[in-house]
Design a protein around this ligand. Sequence first.
Ligand SMILES: Nc1ncnc2c1ncn2[C@@H]1O[C@H](COP(=O)(O)OP(=O)(O)OP(=O)(O)O)[C@@H](O)[C@H]1O
Ligand SMILES: [Mg+2]
Length: 248
Amino acid sequence: MDPNETKVYTAILIAAGVLGIILIFFVITIIRHQRRTIRLHKEKIEAEIKTLEKERKRIASDLHDDLGPLLSAVKMHLHSLEVNAPDDVELITKSNSYIDTILVRVREISNDLVPHVLIRKGLVSAINEFINNLRSVQATQIDFLSEENIQLSQEKEIHLFRIVQEIVNNTLKHANAKNLLIEFRSDNNKLFMLFKDDGIGFNYPQASGNGAGLGLKNILSRVEVLKGELYIEAKTLQGTRYSIEIPL
Ligand SMILES: Nc1ncnc2c1ncn2[C@@H]1O[C@H](COP(=O)(O)OP(=O)(O)OP(=O)(O)O)[C@@H](O)[C@H]1O
Ligand SMILES: [Mg+2]
């Protein structure tokens, strides 16, 4: 090979090397940038969900602890009034019954915001109560099987309870199922949750696309906050399986 040719090849090799290095650097920068964007996005969702749960807790305890006693005090005052005119007695009786209704509603709303049974007795009892309340109004047979002693922080329990609520609501709202089986099992420091219905199924990629409801997105965000995995197997007319794995 003559010296000029060698020089040309060497120059091409060096140029290719430099180009290669620039390309690798470029790809690494893009990957890093994408990872950073995904991390920031997850952190933002996590912060939003935490703030939402904190606000719910605050409103629930304001309702329960402030409004409840105040309404009871109003009832007591009405009770101590001495009235004789039949019209006034009727008015007071009606007012008392309105206050009773408001007291019940306040308790219900506060309980929807933060299920008190979850705080008092834990996740399994809260799910049992949630399902029992649905039994009288729903045609779908819901069975819940679980170990009793699943040790979780309260924050994790609230996320899992919201996930259960959304999946059960989705099944009742959309699946037209006869049966829904919910199974919790822990193994190897992981919690495995399975929700299996025999309903009409759905097209998951389509349902999770733009313009869809918020429920599936919220489930996914909560599973991500819990550093878990979510798998949805759904086929039209073949039922739906939601499987979730959460590290304990
Ligand atoms: N178990 C299920 N069986 C059949 N279809 C389902 C089931 N779960 C979800 N889907 C379908 O997935 C879609 C998206 O669910 P998602 O919970 O995100 O929204 P939504 O329930 O319609 O509204 P939102 O939850 O915001 O009130 C539903 O509209 C429904 O078509
Ligand atoms: Mg939904």
